[in-house]
Design a protein around this ligand. Structure first.
Ligand code: CTP
Ligand code: CA
Length: 221
């Protein structure tokens, strides 16, 4: 059939994706993390791969196996994720930041396990982590950047404000009560043309629609 000869929509393109939470150590056995199953990011990686892209997935700690045909780099902290992404961003055509990156890390992480009988209640001092997406978006000749915004309210206002602040062409927004941990989600895509609500569906289906929207905005090559 004719469709056999139609090239896949992302053939020849390199897509870099972050997924999952990050984990910021307090001591060797304790830490601060975000609630994120990694499901949406892994679905986006699979969708990009199915569209023919060469996919690199920089993944925080999640329970999923490597998606078929995807190159996965496992990281733990936001600083690890930042380093893995910045080493690859310039060679990528598209960057999709799905990870729930911890905004802060522990400044005074302990080398050894904290003990209750040493000095009372420990004080945890936090310092800000780098904004990976904003940094990639600021690269000269950098990849086409896509962000995610999980909000508990005011989705459109917060998502569009984030898109402008990070200077990225596309952000996918969802309300956390719609998506967290589950198989399904409700996504709204925000770009220069306004908002595009997608029909509520499985994360797999939504990921494919997101990829098709990226293809539309970046044009065929
Ligand atoms: N992001 C990132 N690096 C960070 C923080 C966020 O790459 N240090 C990315 C996320 O992967 C997501 C987007 O930025 O694609 C928005 O993340 P979010 O946490 O919603 O936005 P923040 O800018 O951190 O704002 P806030 O948490 O205050 O809402
Ligand atoms: Ca944040």
């Amino acid at each position: 059939v004719l469709s056999f000869f139609v090239p896949k929509s992302l053939a020849g393109r390199r897509v870099l994706i972050t997924a999952g939470p990050t984990f910021e150590a307090i001591d060797p056995v304790r830490g601060i993390t975000n609630l994120s199953s990694g499901r949406m990011g892994y679905a986006v990686a699979r969708a990009a791969r199915q569209a023919g892209a060469a996919v690199t997935l920089v993944s925080g700690p999640v329970g999923f196996p490597v998606p078929q045909g995807v190159d996965r780099i496992n990281v733990r902290s936001a600083l690890d994720m930042h380093a893995a992404v910045m080493a690859r961003a310039a060679q990528s055509d598209i960057f999709i930041a799905v990870a729930a990156v911890a905004d802060y890390r522990v400044a005074n992480a302990a080398e050894h396990k904290l003990k209750k009988d040493h000095g009372g209640v420990p004080a945890i001092e936090l310092i800000e982590n780098p904004d990976i997406l904003a940094e990639v978006a600021a690269l000269p000749d950098g990849p086409f950047c896509v962000g995610f915004a999980a909000e508990s309210r005011n989705l459109e206002d917060y998502a569009q404000a984030k898109r402008r602040k990070k200077n990225i062409p596309l952000i996918a927004g969802n309300l956390i009560q719609d998506g967290f941990g589950g198989d399904d989600n409700r996504l709204v895509l925000f770009d220069d043309n306004g908002s595009h609500p997608l029909t509520p569906a499985s994360k797999e289906v939504l990921a494919r629609q997101l990829i098709e929207h990226v293809v539309k905005l970046t044009g065929k090559q």
